[in-house]
Design a protein around this ligand. Structure first.
Ligand code: SAM
Length: 293
């Protein structure tokens, strides 16, 4: 080994086998090698054939070992330790003030694109309610660069990470950031939104003990728990959307795997039309949509 983070394929593969002998899944370790070390899956395959080739890593094998040990022993998410998380076609900065953006949430952007395609040419307006790391806001502004965007969160720390990510990943966009409770900071624009998108906290408080400790002990509770039945934020967002959206505007909201019927019911009760659900990639109902009359 050398001090400049340059390692032969053989050294890396030996290190990898040793780390896996301590526990954990190869998929997580390879993710760490990729995001923390800068070593792609293709590099890993190549080094099995050409073991003498040298690779320059972003972090040393010692640093990567420390992260892997903290992940195995203290259950600290790799994303928080490395400070980054890939999502759709970009990489977000993350820290424990924001939820680690999940892969299933990426689908919300495809749903939004489908709904907005017919009016794409006009300069419309969207809002990401509970923006966290800014994942949805950034993806929306990259898909609709001419549109006006708004990102809301009640956590000042989350909003500052979102701001950083937006500056880096959507620097040409027009996104207004708002600190506050759901629709409250948007009073000046009520009735003008073509799209409201939200991945609110929706885990019922009663699931606290059942939740995987890596999530429960590390991710912000403000981003996870949605009251007794998990639907407190959902109800508030849907109710506010009747005033926030313009006629014909869409609300797209993510929810827990077993909340579909109840969320669709809340949408209908509030007067939404074309109320529908969408599945995640595992075929589970995870998204609810409704159109403002
Ligand atoms: C489940 S996280 C979603 C983060 C991000 N949109 C994503 O999909 O990765 C929910 C977010 O809602 C924010 N939040 C919670 N209560 C809120 C409230 N009353 N008003 C505004 N934002 C809130 C949290 O701070 C958190 O960032």
């Amino acid at each position: 080994m050398t001090l400049d983070n340059s390692f032969s394929g053989e050294e890396i593969l030996t290190w990898r086998r040793f780390q896996l002998s301590k526990g954990g899944r190869s998929v997580d370790l390879d993710w760490l090698l990729d995001i923390g070390g800068g070593l792609s899956w293709g590099d890993l395959q190549m080094m099995k054939i050409f073991e003498e080739t040298n690779y320059q890593l972003d972090l040393s094998l010692v640093e990567l070992s420390v992260i892997w040990m903290r992940f195995l022993n203290q259950k600290i998410p790799l994303q928080y330790q490395v400070g980054r998380c890939p999502w759709r076609d970009f990489e977000l900065e993350v820290n424990p003030s924001v939820l680690i953006p999940r892969h299933e949430t990426e689908l919300m952007i495809d749903l939004a694109i489908k709904k907005l395609k017919p009016i794409e040419k006009r300069r419309g307006r969207w809002v990401d309610l509970g923006t966290g790391s800014g994942a949805l806001a950034i993806a929306l502004s990259r898909s609709f660069p001419q549109w006006m965007g708004h990102a809301v969160d009640c956590s000042e720390k989350a909003l500052s990470i979102a701001q950083k990510n937006i500056e880096k990943l959507a620097s040409n966009s027009t996104i207004d950031m708002h600190l506050g409770n759901w629709w409250d900071p948007l009073k000046n624009w009520l009735g003008t939104f073509d799209l409201a998108i939200a991945n609110p906290p929706y885990i019922p408080k009663s699931h606290f003990e059942k939740l995987d400790s890596i999530v429960r002990d590390n991710e912000p509770h403000l981003a996870l728990f949605g009251g007794k039945d998990g639907l407190d934020c959902c109800r508030e967002i849907i109710h506010g959307s009747m005033k926030g959206l313009r006629g014909g505007g869409w609300l797209i909201i993510e929810h827990h795997f077993d909340q579909s019927e109840r969320v669709l019911g809340i949408l209908k009760k509030n007067g939404f039309l074309d109320v529908q659900f969408e599945n995640d990639l595992e075929g589970i109902r995870r998204f609810a949509l409704g159109r403002h009359p």
